[in-house]
Design a protein around this ligand. Sequence first.
Ligand code: PMP
Length: 381
Amino acid sequence: MRPRVMSEQKISPEQPAKAPAPKPWIAAIHSYVPGKSRSADGRELIKLSANENPLGTSPAALEARAKASIPSLYPDPDSNALREKLGEVHGIDPSRIICGTGSGELLTISASAFAGPGDEVLYVRYGFSLYEIAARRCGATPVVAPDLDYGTDVDALLALVNEKTRVVFLANPNNPTGSYLSKGEMARLHAALPADVLLVLDQAYIEYVSPSDDDGGLELAAKHANVFVTRTFSKAYGLAGERVGWGTGAPELIEVLNRLRGPFNVNNGAQVVACAAVCDQDFVTHTREHNRIERARFVAALGALGNHGLRPLPSEANFVLTLFEGKLTAQMAHDGLAERGYATRWLPGQGLPQGLRITIGTTEQMTEIAAILRELAEAAR
Ligand code: PMP
């Protein structure tokens, strides 16, 4: 029997064919812009544009990785061994831990779980660019609080909390500014939030902060049902290519997020390498020390160019955002560094056309970059 044709409507060549339409809130998303590794003319550059670890990865972790991986089998769907190891190292019950395909996955699903159309997701101006995407993706309205000289202003954030607010995102240290909120300020922010508003504290760069200056995030997540802390293996652990992150909060919160994450979201090799990396805290300490020394040296070198209008912002992370307020513009500095072989991050798309973010690289790289910036500043006079 011939199948019954429901509609034989003809599409005329002049009329464009109908296509599936994305939801308006999805259509409003601007894709995430990753740090570049090539110049405009296609040359491979030294990549100081994505806050990766210039010291590489823990050798012990690399060794473990070489032995890992049975590609024909799915990985452990719940990353059990990794959650247990993280629990041991950080003193957290594994039922309070979730692993993700990078911490980016966890940030995204934390918004989707608790916010939707009609709700608001709040974060500070010059916050991490993924927060806007996470908010829009679930149909919520992104709300941006004013900054305080490029840092987080707790009072400005709190002033925008209302009955529609469902999620507050805060990176500490923050990307791209490097600013850092103290433990006291963090506690003050949390204490003033309604109990049904989720504070997502993004600690992607916390390993770069001296342990004595910790912001108390893990304690807040251990005590309160409305705090979710995320961390990543992409930065101080030097495993950006493996895509592993983790988060911690109340078991009920973790259970909800587990429903939203991708099944088998952390692959075999990534689980093994991250397990070994957590056990090598000496590598993390070495990374933090290298970063602290080179960041201070770099900031001092740029500070000496203050008469040329360069203003490096105080940073607790593995990068420095410098404002160019003189003849040499951030775009000129970005292009000049690319000419000399370095990829850095110019940020006009994030409202910072005057800002250039440079990842702290090796000692030699930072010495050379400071010298290039001096030459460029003097040439622009
Ligand atoms: N949070 C912040 C503040 C970041 O800068 C980044 C990466 N640039 C992430 C989260 C996400 O990192 P990943 O998904 O690699 O864990």
